[in-house]
Design a protein around this ligand. Sequence first.
Ligand code: C2O
Length: 344
Amino acid sequence: APIAAPDLSHCAEATVQPTGGVSTTMGVDCCPPVSTTITDFIPPSVRKIRYRPAAHLVDSRYLKKFEEALRLMRELDKDDPRSFMQQANVHCAYCNDAYPQTLFPSQPIQVHNSWLFFPFHRLYLYFFERILGKLINDPDFAIPYWNWDSPSGIMPEIYVGSNSPLYDSKRDLSHLPPSLVNLNGGKDNDLSRERQIKCNLNLMYREMVRTKIPSLFFGKAYRAGSTADPGAGSVEGGSHIAVHIWVGDKEEPYHEDMGNFYSAGRDPIFYAHHANVDRMWNIWKTLPGKKRRDIDDSDWLDSAFLFYDENKNLVRVKVRDCLDSRALGYDYQSVDIPWLGSKA
Ligand code: C2O
């Protein structure tokens, strides 16, 4: 059976596993406000596709809008499910075992390390983007993506200025631009810039081009009643985790913010990082190979999540609702994909 949407009234304290500096687990309260009215998601009627821009290519007009939207989100009352902190907590609750599975209360819901990874984050970003658009009265607003799969994709400058609402102080200061991310593990190494570029492109090639079958790309099956973390797909376990590790501050006890699930959503760059992860899902399906399709298993397709939408309504969404980003009204600005031919 599919993993059912959580019952928000059963949300409990989240458990934060130590990431490195500390050895103790920590409890955090990141439960959302409860609402008893739940509606089923209805796909939006799409007038025109919103293109999510590459963050390093945006112009000042776009940047102003984006900053304004994020500033307004940060200013919302902390109990408003659309506020920045509540949005960050969505990640914490779904990723740090705050929800028991509805029919199997001894098993927590965990959206990482399984086939739920891509759809959960796609939907999470979808509602985040709708909320930002609503706050600035622009239903066509699209969040930017961090093009880290390309050598030009160092940390986007727009996130770096400390007076910006896009800034977060809990980051590894030695990894600001022009430092190049190490997609192979996210740790510092002594590769030359040229070697690092090559190594990153090879890694992307392996995760995307070489990975030809759904279970290796999306991650392993995770069904109602089963234990969490059956196994991550290629991108999730590789470049995705590496970027989290690389951005998080190693001086912070739990490598906050990006270096730990419970706090990752507190860094605005998280959403740009995940937009690029989401972009990989779209790209993967266009690469040659007969098996490059979405998983055809009703336990995946009918897995469900709850999110608050831009009008504070609690919505139940299924994986099958999010397979086509264009049906949700968005796609990605296309840029050069340098790893396509990067066989090792
Ligand atoms: Cu839910 Cu990048 O993690």
